[in-house]
Ligand binder design. Structure first.
Ligand code: XMP
Length: 329
């Protein structure tokens, strides 16, 4: 029988058997999947686990703070925060192809984890606490990720999700993916059972490659600032309107390589469009565009074009999935 309790019991036993006395690290993003995976592994092996939060410079406003405050406070896991934003942005310089971006981001994640793992070992040695190398990397891969990356039976490779495809061949860790057979609603049930805070359990999905795949064109500091500002406004207004649970997620996309003409302030501008992509979904494998009330859309549009000078147009994506994927890249 499928119950969250049974899933937890089974996974805890399997993780303990696999890990033994070895050290484990987990990439924590603050999202539901990695948080629940981390809580599960923490329940299984306690302080043998160190969570690593990578700030890749592609985060939304306020995300790093949320992980440090909410998740660590609730679970007591060991957390290491790594600021790798300059490394990621340097690796992404000049890159516009979506698949290339994903592969680069996936590779840099792994390189960052490898470096963090060495530091975790060095610190433990210095403190004379636990011993041994880090052998395992925990990832919050879900069943739909597996299917969409071609890991499921007969499935085509649609996009290479950074946490499934695109891992380097010389990966020095074995992967632990305790959520690999679960759908999002099941992961949420498991998370609640494990005592993960509701604010994290109900958080809307956000892709690992972050804002890097929401800038159509090259990813730069300046473009990230523009998108971050627009995204913060959209999220704030959707939350204010009480739509967080109705909407599965709302990617905000900067068409950085497209220009549009506007009249703003003193005169003519030649800026960029921002796309709002609110969708409703059960499991992200299919989705419909959300019928967000016009007044809410109007407020978002006005606020963005009034406060983000580089944006002179806000457009709404009214495509279901299929044919359009949820993300634009
Ligand atoms: P698509 O765009 O394929 O997205 O319809 C389906 C769901 O997956 C999320 N997504 C990702 N999540 N790494 C992730 O962790 C990725 O590379 C990635 N790409 C898409 C997307 O936000 C949506 O919830």
């Amino acid at each position: 029988e499928w119950t969250p309790g049974n899933v937890i019991a089974e996974q805890v036993e399997a993780i303990r058997a696999a890990v033994g006395g070895d050290r484990v690290i987990c990439g924590l993003s603050g999202g539901v999947d990695s948080s629940v995976a981390a809580a599960l592994v923490h329940k299984a092996v306690g302080d043998q686990l160190t969570c690593v939060f990578v700030d890749h410079g592609l985060l939304r406003a306020g995300e790093a703070e949320q992980v440090e405050q909410d998740f660590v406070a609730a679970t007591g896991v060991n957390l290491k925060v790594v600021d790798a934003s300059e490394t990621f942005l340097a690796a992404l310089a000049g890159v516009t192809d979506p698949e290339a971006k994903r592969k680069i981001i996936g590779r840099e994640f792994i390189r960052t984890f490898e470096k963090a793992a060495r530091e975790v070992v060095a610190q433990a040695d210095a403190e004379g606490t636990t011993t041994g190398e880090v052998k395992y990397l925990v990832q919050g891969t879900l069943y739909p990720d597996v299917v969409e990356s071609g890991g499921g039976e007969g499935a085509a490779n649609i996009k290479s999700h950074h946490n499934v495809g695109g891992l380097p061949d010389d990966l020095q860790f074995d992967l632990i993916e305790p959520l690999r057979t679960l759908f999002k609603d099941e992961v949420r049930a498991v998370g609640l059972e494990l005592g993960v805070p509701e604010g994290i359990v109900w958080r809307q999905p956000f892709p690992g490659p972050g804002l890097g795949i929401r800038i159509i064109g090259e990813v730069t500091h300046e473009r990230l600032e523009i998108l971050r500002a627009a995204d913060a406004i959209a999220r704030e207004e959707l939350t204010r309107a009480g739509l967080d649970r109705d909407i599965w997620q709302c990617p905000v996309v900067l068409l950085a390589d497209v220009h549009s003409v506007g009249v703003q302030g003193d005169g003519r501008t030649y800026g960029h469009p921002i796309v709002l992509r609110p969708v409703s979904s059960e499991d992200a494998m299919t989705a419909d565009w959300s019928r967000v009330p016009y007044e809410v859309l109007a407020t978002i549009s006005n606020r963005i074009t009034n406060t983000v000078p580089e944006v002179n147009r806000v457009v709404l994506d009214v495509t279901s999935k299929p044919p359009g994927t949820i993300e634009w890249e």
